[in-house]
Design a protein around this ligand. Structure first.
Ligand code: PLP
Length: 388
């Protein structure tokens, strides 16, 4: 086995590198989750969580992965036999609609080419055709982690409003929250689904639902609601600073520290930092003579970049070489993109030199794999970084 020195580069698009401050915060002794100290801690924590989602309303925290929060969003708002509209933006949108089908919902799946975000006009068309108002929810993946494409949620909301259709809007922000501008209240989202392990800079293990008044009302009559995911008892217990079960106490300590870090930097600066690193990454990819998977200039992800490799190259082989030689993990192509792309994560706890190191590793790995790349690609990225 190769001896590793220095830090591993974890440049998959989540889980992301956990800052030392967060690791230290999580190492504090676990406290009594029914005691007064915990109530004060939770009350303070939840008050600071809403702003990251752009909401002044409750955010429900679950011990669970993002997949659990997908399920919570569906089962709290829908009933068996309801119709839902999903858009095929990539692997994660495909998994979410499969879950909806398995839960007994009828899914209208708008086809997509995995290079574009959800098309607001296509959503509006489907809703306008639904004169009987049988579609109960539109489900969108804000940042499709499998493709590096970010859907234009405010435009989708406007298109929905223009049809006058009452469907709820459910949005997956698992790989965008805390990295890409997002506004639950202002954009009129009903349920926002999020996870701890990406922009929030925590290990996996927590997931979230931000909930509108309309979604909360729907949850009172939803037929699919189950006991564990039920929002109501959690919101009720949270009012007193508690949870209706044993919470993931040490992950909450980490969340407390991550929220402090995000607030200290300021969300607009956090988003600008991600935009800049994404622009530098695209400059490198194009400089190398390779293609970014996202095909619409308006939809480039600021959290990750998916890179198409030439037809005769196996992207997994490139990743394997990079892991072996430079101890850096990159994201694999998922689903039908397996072997065709690799994904560079540039989200979370990240700075200019982390990006420079990441891109240097990618360039060297491509060269070692025999891919003909223009080595000035890296310089193009450094030019973007040094331009400020
Ligand atoms: N949705 C998106 C956009 C994701 O990126 C992921 C995971 O990477 C998921 C859903 C599933 O989340 P989890 O793996 O935490 O269950």
């Amino acid at each position: 086995m190769t001896t590793r020195t220095g830090r591993h580069f974890l440049q998959i698009p989540g889980p992301t590198n956990v800052p030392d401050q967060v690791l230290r915060a999580m190492s504090a002794p676990t406290m009594d989750h029914r005691g007064p100290e915990f109530a004060a801690f939770t009350t303070n924590l939840l008050a600071r969580l809403g702003p990251v989602f752009g909401t002044s309303r409750p955010v429900v925290v679950f011990p669970g992965s993002g997949t659990g929060a997908w399920e919570a969003a569906l089962v709290n708002t829908l009933s068996t036999g309801d119709r839902v509209l999903h858009v095929e933006t990539g692997h994660f949108a495909t998994l979410w609609q499969r879950m909806a089908t398995e839960l007994g919902l009828y899914v209208d799946f708008v086809p997509g080419d995995w290079r574009h975000g959800a098309d607001p006009e296509a959503v509006a068309e489907r809703l306008a055709d639904d004169t009987a108002r049988t579609i109960k929810a539109v489900c969108i993946v804000h940042n499709e982690t499998s493709t590096g494409v970010t859907s234009r949620v405010p435009e989708i909301r406007r298109a929905m409003d223009a049809t006058g259709h009452p469907a709820l809007l459910l949005v997956d922000t698992i790989s965008s929250l805390g990295s890409i501008d997002y506004r639950h209240d202002e954009w009129g989202v009903d349920v926002t689904v999020a996870g701890s392990q990406k922009g929030l800079m925590l290990p996996p293990g927590l997931s979230f639902n931000a909930v509108s008044e309309k979604a909360l009302t729907a949850s009172r009559t939803s037929g699919l609601r189950t006991s564990y995911w039920d929002w109501q008892p959690i919101i009720e217990a949270n009012r007193r600073g508690f949870f209706p079960y044993t919470p993931a106490t040490n992950l909450l300590y980490g969340l407390d520290e991550a929220l402090r870090m995000l607030a200290a930097e300021g969300l607009p600066a956090v988003f600008a930092r991600h935009d800049r690193h994404a622009a530098a990454t695209r400059a490198a990819v194009r400089g190398w003579g390779l293609e970014v998977l996202c095909a619409d200039e308006r939809e480039h992800s600021s959290a990750l970049t998916a890179v198409l490799v030439p037809e005769d190259v196996d992207a997994d082989k490139v990743r394997e070489i990079i892991l072996e030689r430079f101890d850096m993990s990159l994201g694999a192509g998922l689903g039908k993109l397996a072997g065709r792309i690799f994904r560079i994560g540039h989200l979370g706890h990240f700075n200019d030199l982390t990006l420079a190191g990441t891109l240097a590793g990618v360039q060297m790995g491509l060269q070692l794999a025999g891919v003909r790349v223009d080595p000035t690609g890296l310089n193009a990225a450094l030019d973007v970084l040094s331009a400020g």
